[in-house]
Ligand binder design. Structure first.
Ligand SMILES: *Cc1c(COP(=O)(O)O)cnc(C)c1O
Length: 400
């Protein structure tokens, strides 16, 4: 152990691919993780890795966190699922926690990010139809946006590679992300504007200072709903419960998933009262969404993550990691906030991701040429320093 960090032997070479009955919708790496603890993962040959990806910004409290394990075990042994035909106290508790953290709104639960955005999209349509007699129909999103893979969410996802094979999709318009002048396209016929405060999949691009507030103002002028997608940026990842809170530009609808369940699948859409009150019995639903198991675990996660001292720690370690990356990659842009950080490369990040893995560090790509770090929110300064030194060795090997 050095600085509390276990030392690691060089990983054994990757195993040969085995035949699979799985659809090849992922270009999976040849690695099999079998267990995890805190910010560390172990593969099937006993190699240990420092996890700075957290399963795409999901494992907020790391792996096998004692509080998550305790809640999961307790709830599994008590009640896993009953369906939304009944009152679910665990949903009430979680909804109250989330609504309090945002300072407004009412929620419905689902199982994933894309479902949260589908619920938001349907609510925007419903509001345009009921409150405005169908006169508001235009849907606006931004270049670089990623909102999910189901048809509605896909229609507002910008990357043509994801969208075009599945055309025709519901119509959407893309404004240039960060361009204030382009916001003049938000006129009275717009129903909803979807935006990520930081584009986690699109290259870790942060909305420029004042942009979110300007989008809020444009929505107010046009009488359109502002939907902020907090699926990757939310649940404490940027040092506040929700990333929009750095700007104060409060959305009408907020969507959440990824980190919320600490690894248990759960998503949610939060609506201002005027929108929430339009959603009557039968208009939207899900069998699994918000079951007692997922809600109990998510409650445990947010109880810890939303504690002010925890969020302060996320901010401090995030700044420490950002400084480390800036020193390791002089001249390269480091983007993002808190513990969602991107390093701008001049090439596809794939080679560096693999070299980092060979150094015992798990990181991921974002967009075409950005390296993404999204460690568990419990990452320590020692671990952040270790991540930077492993990444530096990996970059050197790639000639970066
Ligand atoms: C991951 C992500 C989604 C989609 O979430 P899934 O759970 O994969 O459906 C939507 N929006 C953003 C910003 C995301 O990062």
């Amino acid at each position: 152990m050095a600085n509390g960090i276990p030392l690691m032997a060089a990983p054994a070479p990757a195993a040969a691919p085995v035949p699979t009955a799985l659809v090849k919708n992922y270009a999976r790496q040849e690695i099999r993780f079998v267990r995890g603890s805190g910010c560390w993962l172990e593969d099937d040959r006993g190699n240990r890795y420092l996890d700075c990806f957290a399963g795409v910004a999901v494992c907020a409290l790391g792996h096998a966190h004692p509080a998550v394990v305790a809640t999961l075990c307790r709830q599994v042994a008590t009640l896993v699922h009953v369906s939304n035909h009944y009152q679910i106290p665990e949903q009430e508790t979680l909804a109250a926690q989330l609504s309090a953290s945002a300072g407004f709104g009412k929620l419905l639960f689902c199982n994933s990010g894309t479902e949260a955005n589908e619920a938001a999209y349907k609510a925007v349509r419903l509001w345009g139809n009921i409150t405005h007699g169908g006169r508001k129909t235009r849907i606006i999103a931004f270049t670089g946006a990623f909102h999910g893979r189901t048809l509605g969410s896909l229609s507002i996802t910008h990357n043509a590679k994801y969208r075009e094979p599945f055309a025709p999709l519901p119509p959407a318009e893309f404004l240039p992300f960060g361009d204030l002048a382009a916001l003049s396209a938000i006129t009275n016929d717009v129903a909803g504007v979807f935006i990520e405060p930081i584009q986690g999949e699109g290259g870790v691009f942060t909305a420029p200072d004042g942009f979110l507030a300007a989008v809020r103002a444009a929505c107010d002028r046009a009488g359109a709903l502002l939907v902020v997608d907090e699926i990757q940026t939310g649940a404490g990842r940027t040092g506040k419960p929700w990333c929009w809170q750095h700007s104060g530009a409060r959305p009408d609808i907020m969507t959440v998933a990824k980190g919320l369940g600490g690894g248990v699948p759960i998503g949610a859409a939060l609506f201002s009262d005027q929108v929430a009150d339009l959603i009557k019995p039968g208009l939207h639903g899900t069998t699994f969404g918000g079951n007692p198991l997922a809600c109990a675990v998510a409650s445990t996660v947010v109880e810890r993550v939303f504690a002010p001292a925890f969020l302060t720690q996320v901010t401090q370690v995030g700044e420490y990691l950002r400084r480390g990356l800036a020193a390791a990659f002089p001249g390269r842009q480091i983007r993002g906030q808190g513990l969602l950080l991107g390093v701008q490369l001049d090439r596809d990040p794939g080679e560096l991701v693999k070299a980092a893995r060979d150094e015992g560090l798990i990181v991921g790509p974002s967009g075409a040429n950005t390296l993404r770090l999204a460690p568990p929110l419990i990452v320590s300064e020692n671990e952040a320093a270790e991540a930077v030194s492993r990444l530096t060795r990996a970059a050197r090997r790639c000639g970066i």
